[in-house]
Design a protein around this ligand. Structure first.
Ligand code: ZN
Length: 425
């Protein structure tokens, strides 16, 4: 898609600074000896991750992208960018290990057929094909201005991407299993995967991890309890209310989820419907003191949000609009979420259900379907809110002195054209 392009030839000065990031270290140092140690950049509008800054604000930064100060007016030698400057984007929900499934599953099938396809077809590719797709997807995210990612992992495939040290990672090691008698075995498998991530050699970016449940219909009550007890303070992410069938199963134990479980040979005879929505059912059995990221929320009601607000200390609602449009052709009730004061953040989901890994594309889809949303709030969701959801607010999401949050240039927002993102730093 043309919407989000890699660094392109028409990027304005200082070209050398952006390009240097992609060069080997020796060339980096050599090029930099020719560059300024401190530079000043500005644009008609600058968003600091929380709000627009006053006109004329100028970012003073060093050659490593560390912000030294924010000046009220541009000093001599300032470089002027068109459009908007903002902190690098935070992608709160992705599955880089599924990148090889791009284009495999048709659009608008609905979630249940989509899940059947993913589970039956995810191993059709060779290891070499998977690796190539994974690295291509990673490069695409980097070029599209993403600086931090919440990445779901069922395998250890993405250890190689973390080892590159280009993006901050929180890897959510997914526990999966609705057959209650197998809960201990399913959890043991997740712990083994988790340990491979936790013992990875530290790099120059954040590499965090926690064990997390896949979805309400794929995790038994016993497995939920094991996850909850493992690290009570860690951030937990869950695919939430992505289909209507999920709530129907929890309320009545009928519909598409039951069909899916049967198709996969899963014994759900122990499950007793609660008469309530899924989120109100599974959250009743989990500790409310940790941070939660609820992902998708396509069928979440106002009552559900109010239930979480009343009891959960720290809740983030992650929207993945392009994946929702791809799978279910429906979006969450964003107006309701905003009116309830929900803390929103943005994810791309995987290339199995998206045409690109680009946060700006997600914001553009939201803006098209909810024109009243302001870019000021959309950019906050995509930067600062994402960073706090991933517990990375100390390193990403805001333009503040002392931070190295990455910087993106956005063109064509608030115009009839499709917006474009370019990575400046
Ligand atoms: Zn997902």
């Amino acid at each position: 898609m043309a919407l989000c392009r890699a660094l392109s030839a028409n990027l304005r000065e200082p070209l050398h600074l952006s390009v240097i990031l992609l060069l080997p270290e020796k060339q980096f140092k050599k090029s930099f000896s020719l560059a300024l140690i401190t530079m000043h950049i500005t644009a008609p509008r600058i968003h600091n991750g929380r709000k627009w800054l006053p006109e004329g604000t100028t970012i003073s930064l060093n050659e490593q992208g560390k912000i030294l100060s924010l000046l009220p007016t541009p000093p001599e030698g300032t470089i002027f960018y068109d459009g908007v400057l903002a902190p690098g984007f935070v992608n709160v929900h992705c599955h880089l290990e599924l990148s090889h499934m791009q284009g495999v599953i048709p659009e608008h099938t609905g979630l249940i057929p989509f899940l059947k396809d993913v589970s039956f077809r995810r191993n059709e590719h060779t290891e070499a094909q998977k690796t190539e797709a994974r690295f291509n997807a990673f490069n695409q995210m980097f070029s599209n201005g993403i600086v931090a990612v919440g990445d779901i992992a069922n395998t250890t495939d993405t250890l190689d991407l973390r080892a590159l040290g280009h993006l901050h990672f929180h890897s959510f090691i997914e526990a999966l299993g609705f057959t209650e008698v197998n809960a201990a075995r399913s959890f043991g498998f997740a712990v083994k995967t988790y340990e491979a991530f936790a013992t990875q050699e530290p790099g120059n970016k954040i590499n965090n991890q926690s064990i997390t449940p896949h979805a309400p219909y794929s995790v038994s009550g016993k497995l939920f309890q094991a996850i909850d007890a493992y690290q009570p303070g860690s951030v937990l992410s869950i695919h939430n209310q992505e289909s209507e069938a999920e709530d129907q199963y929890y309320r009545e134990k009928t519909g598409g989820v039951q069909d899916l479980l049967q198709a996969m040979g899963i014994d759900d005879s122990y499950f007793v419907p609660t008469g309530k929505s899924s989120i109100r059912s599974y959250m009743a059995g989990l500790g409310h003191g940790r941070p939660y990221i609820f992902v998708h929320n396509t069928y979440t009601s106002r009552e559900d949000v109010q239930y979480i607000k009343a009891g959960v200390r720290e809740a983030y609602w992650c929207l993945c609009p392009n994946a929702n449009l791809y799978i279910e052709n429906r979006l969450p009730d964003v107006d309701m979420l905003v009116s309830e004061g929900a803390t929103l953040c943005i994810g791309t989901d995987s290339l199995a259900s998206n045409h690109q890994l680009c946060i700006l594309s997600e914001l553009y889809s939201l803006k098209q379907h909810y024109p009243a949303l302001e870019w000021e709030q959309l950019l906050k969701w995509a930067t600062h809110n994402g960073a706090i959801a991933l517990q990375m607010q100390d390193v990403a999401g805001v333009l503040e002195p002392g931070m190295s949050p990455g910087i993106v240039q956005l063109l064509n927002i608030d115009t009839a054209e499709r917006p474009i993102v370019k990575r400046v730093f």
